[in-house]
Design a protein around this ligand. Structure first.
Ligand SMILES: [Zn+2]
Length: 64
């Protein structure tokens, strides 16, 4: 599996999240030109809530 295929596979898995504000479905924000996930200044993935129009980030879980 090439790097691109691996990336696309990972993107499918992280494409949807549950909005923390209203528990509605949210989709991953992506850069249309680059087809890469939109991130904030900390490099965290940003999601857009379809119902409540919320934008939020999801921190990757760290094992402690
Ligand atoms: Zn929401």
């Amino acid at each position: 599996m090439s790097k691109v295929q691996t990336l696309n596979h990972n993107l499918e898995q992280i494409k949807y999240q549950t909005c923390p504000y209203d528990d509605e479905e949210a989709i991953l924000l992506t850069d249309i030109d680059e087809d890469m996930p939109e991130t904030d200044e900390d490099g965290e993935l940003q999601y857009y809530c379809l119902t409540g129009h919320h934008v939020f980030t999801v921190e990757e879980e760290e094992e402690s």
